[in-house]
Design a protein around this ligand. Structure first.
Ligand SMILES: Cc1cc2nc3c(=O)[nH]c(=O)nc-3n(C[C@H](O)[C@H](O)[C@H](O)COP(=O)(O)OP(=O)(O)OC[C@H]3O[C@@H](n4cnc5c(N)ncnc54)[C@H](O)[C@@H]3O)c2cc1C
Length: 390
């Protein structure tokens, strides 16, 4: 890939270089080994934590770097671009926003310095449930107030990294659902300390998936959570989670841009070097064009990520741009992944090239954390003024 085309506009070059250097200590065979065992990249996450990258958004007064979202985006993009997998730890970056914006002073003082020091992990985010799916307002897990505790009952699904996190940011129902405009009321956010809870009302069951993502089902059976762990006001949790979603979408989009760059670099290098019929396969336009098209789409997505970051950091609430960035970047990364497999012919399927692993990993972002259809319906309704479809 022409270096000047991507490097010129890059933010935080020192952070990017340092992250890229750290990632060289975790090459393909590290990830392949974990993938085979479906094991968690503990050493990788520990190094990122110790280097301070996962606490980049925590304000300096609580021991973090106090940098803006674009710094977190730069870290995650570089991780993916180096062939590593930020899915193992990216949630710490975006779940943090809920605690930062809506947590009490006491909660921030209690948790943030320990997270920044790497003594406490906030990597799990429990919203999705088996029955409600995308319709978060229909979730059924309840948190009933009982004296100075909440008693939590229900189940979450796809709670990633729950086995590798100390804290869980949980969305649960504290009041019955009502209809109309208030259908998202009555949900509350609780910070659950899973170290104390495991085996005392909390059970975690791993789900094996097509890629190594440490995702789980979490069961709550009258789990007692201290009332002081309520984040913000009771009943307003949906709003708090929504306000964090723009950051989450932008960061995932940055990861997809990083993936697309990794795939495109691999495709271009292989197309230049592989000789068939006495010439490089990359001399054929049938091989060049899918790579070039994926590159163009990645660059367009990258611009949308930058625009979403610019608006976010200016204090706006860039729902359309964050959603478009996520959709365009996820599409670009999957397009680049597909072109990469095709360019490599049979070798695209061989484990040792890492392409099939990255292909499986980047496929997720068409579905999570929000599926492409839901982004399109958001744009149709909120930007284009079309009738609500669900
Ligand atoms: C590996 C993995 C990790 C995840 N990690 C987490 C996590 O850490 N925490 C968490 O809370 N969740 C997590 N999720 C859940 C993820 O956010 C959901 O899977 C996703 O939002 C889709 O919800 P669903 O699976 O229930 O699909 P459903 O809601 O059942 O939807 C199924 C399909 O129907 C489509 N669809 C549904 N309704 C409509 C409609 N009205 N119009 C058009 N199309 C529609 C969807 O786009 C989707 O393609 C994870 C999921 C996976 C697979």
């Amino acid at each position: 890939m022409p270096a000047e085309a991507t490097v010129a506009a890059e933010t935080y070059p020192e952070i990017r270089d340092a992250v890229a250097k750290l990632c060289t200590r975790f090459p393909g065979d590290y990830w392949r080994g974990l993938d085979r065992e479906m094991a968690y990249p503990t050493a990788f996450v520990q190094e990122l934590t110790q280097a301070g990258y996962l606490s980049i958004l925590i304000p300096e007064e609580y021991g973090g770097s106090g940098l803006p979202l674009s710094a977190a985006a730069a870290v995650l993009e570089e991780i993916q671009r180096a062939g590593c997998n930020g899915g193992a730890c990216h949630a710490q970056m975006y779940t943090m926003g809920t605690l930062l914006r809506h947590g009490s002073k006491a909660q921030k003082t209690r948790y943030l310095p320990a997270i920044a020091e790497g003594k406490l992990r906030l990597q799990a985010f429990g919203v999705t449930e088996p029955a409600s799916g995308t319709d978060t307002s229909a979730l059924r897990t309840t948190a009933r107030r009982d004296g100075d505790h909440y008693v939590v009952k229900g189940q979450k699904i796809w709670t990633s990294r729950a086995e590798h996190s100390d804290l869980l940011l949980l969305l649960a129902r504290t009041a019955p659902q009502v209809g109309g405009d208030k259908r998202t009321d009555g949900l509350s956010v609780l910070l659950v300390d899973m170290r104390e809870a495991l085996g005392h009302g909390l059970a975690i069951r791993p789900i094996r998936t097509m890629m190594n993502h440490a995702t789980t089902e979490v069961f709550f059976d009258d789990l007692r959570v201290p009332a002081e762990n309520l984040v913000g006001e009771e009943g307003k949790g949906f709003r708090y989670i929504l306000s964090g979603m723009n950051a989450e979408r932008i960061l995932i989009a940055a990861e997809c841009v990083g993936d697309a760059k990794w795939f495109t670099e691999k495709s271009s290098a292989y197309a230049r070097d592989r000789n068939v019929f006495g010439r490089p396969i990359g001399q054929n336009q049938g091989v060049q064009f899918p790579i070039a098209r994926a590159y163009a789409n990645m660059r367009a997505a990258e611009l949308m990520v930058r625009e979403a970051l610019r608006l976010y950091e200016a204090g706006a609430n860039p729902g359309p741009e964050a959603n478009m960035a996520k959709m365009l970047a996820a599409d670009a990364s999957f397009e680049a992944a597909n072109a990469c497999v095709q360019t490599h012919g049979g070798f695209g399927f061989a484990e040792e090239y890492d392409i099939e692993r990255k292909f499986r990993e980047t496929r997720l972002y068409q579905v999570a954390p929000v599926s492409t259809n839901l982004i399109l319906s958001y744009l149709a309704e909120h930007v284009l003024g079309l009738p609500r479809s669900y």
